[in-house]
Design a protein around this ligand. Structure first.
Ligand SMILES: [Fe+2]
Length: 502
């Protein structure tokens, strides 16, 4: 194996000249997916990759033709629509088929054909009609570290009945180099292939490795997924134009915005290539969905448009820079888009689907996480000003623990919304009832009303005046076969901002 600097310097030598013909063997190794459910449209996804862990997926440089079918029945006797689509090398032979003109609230089955092979069958559904006033069930999850465990939680999620969508908040890959089992820290259950992800080829291989997982494939074949990204799709704690490597004592090497730009672009492109996301959302993934009159889902992008973390990032006692009134988390354009969307949203529940902790969270020694909204209090106050007086719930991830709490502008202030934080699918390995130190955080932050240190996802149901969160847990991820348990239940009630026991 060549040292990494040669890999960077000599990509043509290492990656080889483009193969002249696609490799033989099964071509749908990464499964199928669907997403972006709207009353009249959906995105269907697959990627052709006979050799998923090769930079080109084993497809070479030539385009490839696929057939596709959308059927009303699992046996594909009643074909609703069918056609052909071309996959090209510049998008890693991924397909993002954007279908419109579909009927609302309908389940469909879909599959692709290429080279005489049929893909696995996917199941999906359009969002309900605008006048729908009934319950909407959905799931939230993310933080799926390949090395920290098996994705049993996603296999359970795939079996959940009657799900309108799954919100995947991000950390769909982790960008760091493979570690060997026995390395210190969280036990490594299975290793990443390759070094740190830096180039488009690196990120493609990493996403493809994750997509070979049968439990992840089962999730995407079962429900439409509304995907966003967090930091690990590019680099831990990146912020807007800024790499985490900022020349500080913690990260002595300075990576300038100019140097960081191609890495960020590579990470974002590979994320899009592997997600059932419409072309319009490939760079900057904020967008809105509506599920009848029951809920409006505002998907936020808290990475791409933010200012750099203040006070040196990490857990810090806030320094003056944290109180900069101009600090941006969403950026001015996204803030204006959200304000406009909330003012016109005639759905009972406004749900923010985002990534990072919104509630006040005071850590030991009065420290705060500068990467979360606690590092951007002025931007949080502007956000909460938009939410006041509305029935609002916030979906969050990132911290690898399940939490629920009241969101307020000041510690202990009047609640504005309920926040439900999904735990990780695997990140940080086998869990426990309580994280070390969590009891102290709960007593220091009495507006945080639930905690669980188990891995899993959250199952939600919005129905009338109640928006419910059930924290679903798997007791272990270091080996397959974990059962599904319920770690707790909390709800939000219309007209009463915040979280109450279920
Ligand atoms: Fe994570």
């Amino acid at each position: 194996m060549l040292p990494r600097r040669f890999v960077l310097a000599l990509p043509a030598l290492v990656l080889g000249t483009p193969r002249s013909a696609p490799a033989s063997g099964p071509i749908f190794t990464l499964g199928v997916a669907s997403g972006e459910p709207r009353p009249d449209s959906l995105v269907l996804w697959t990627r052709l990759a006979p050799l998923p862990l090769e930079p080109d997926g084993g497809m070479g440089a030539a385009p490839a033709e696929l057939g596709w079918e959308l059927a009303e029945d699992e046996g594909f006797q009643r074909i609703h629509r069918s056609g052909r689509v071309t996959a090209t090398a510049d998008e890693a032979h991924s397909v993002h088929l954007e279908l419109d003109g579909l009927p609302p609230g309908r389940s469909f089955f879909f599959r692709f054909h290429a080279r005489g092979e049929a893909s696995p069958v996917g199941r999906t559904r359009t969002a309900p009609a605008p006048e729908h006033d009934g319950p909407v069930r959905f799931l939230a999850g993310g933080c799926q570290n390949w090395e920290h465990g098996v994705f049993t939680a996603w296999a359970h999620a795939a079996r959940e009945p009657d799900i309108a969508f799954v919100f995947h908040y991000g950390d769909s890959i982790y960008e760091r180099a493979g570690r060997l089992p026995g390395a210190s820290g969280v036990p490594v259950v299975r290793s990443h292939q390759g070094g740190d992800c830096l180039t488009l080829a690196d990120y493609r291989i990493r996403h493809a490795q994750y997509r070979t997982d049968p439990d992840l494939q089962s999730l995407h074949a079962a429900h439409p997924v509304i995907a966003s990204y967090d930091d690990h799709e590019v680099e831990n704690n990146w912020a807007g134009d800024h790499s985490q490597q900022d020349g500080s004592r913690r990260f002595p090497r300075l990576v300038t915005p100019e140097e960081f730009a191609p890495r960020r672009a590579a990470g974002q492109q590979a994320w899009w290539e592997h997600m059932p996301v419409a072309r319009a959302a490939r760079d900057g993934a904020y967008r809105r969905f509506r599920f009848g009159r029951t809920l409006a889902l505002h998907v936020l992008d808290t990475r791409r448009f933010r200012d750099d973390q203040p006070c040196g990032d990490g857990g810090q006692t806030p320094c003056p820079a944290a109180f900069n009134p101009q600090a941006q988390m969403l950026g001015a354009a996204q803030e204006a888009w959200l304000r406009e969307g909330l003012s016109h949203a005639n759905a009972r529940w406004q749900v923010l689907a985002q990534q990072i902790f919104l509630s006040q969270r005071i850590l030991a020694g009065d420290r705060r996480s500068m990467d979360s909204w606690d590092g951007y209090p002025a931007a949080r106050e502007r956000l909460l000003a938009m939410l006041r007086g509305r029935d609002c719930a916030v979906l969050t991830g990132d911290v690898h623990r399940a939490w629920a709490g009241d969101v307020a502008a000041e510690p202990g202030g009047a609640p504005v919304a309920a926040e439900f934080v999904a735990t990780s699918i695997t990140s940080e390995g086998d869990g426990s009832d309580m994280q070390r130190g969590a009891a102290e955080i709960l007593s220091r932050n009495p507006w945080l009303r639930f905690h669980s240190n188990h891995r899993g996802y959250t199952r939600h149901e919005a129905c009338g005046d109640v928006l419910e969160a059930r924290f679903m847990a798997v007791p272990f991820v270091s080996r397959p076969g974990a059962p599904l348990l319920e770690a707790g239940r909390r709800v939000a009630l219309a007209g009463r901002p915040g979280v109450v026991p279920g």
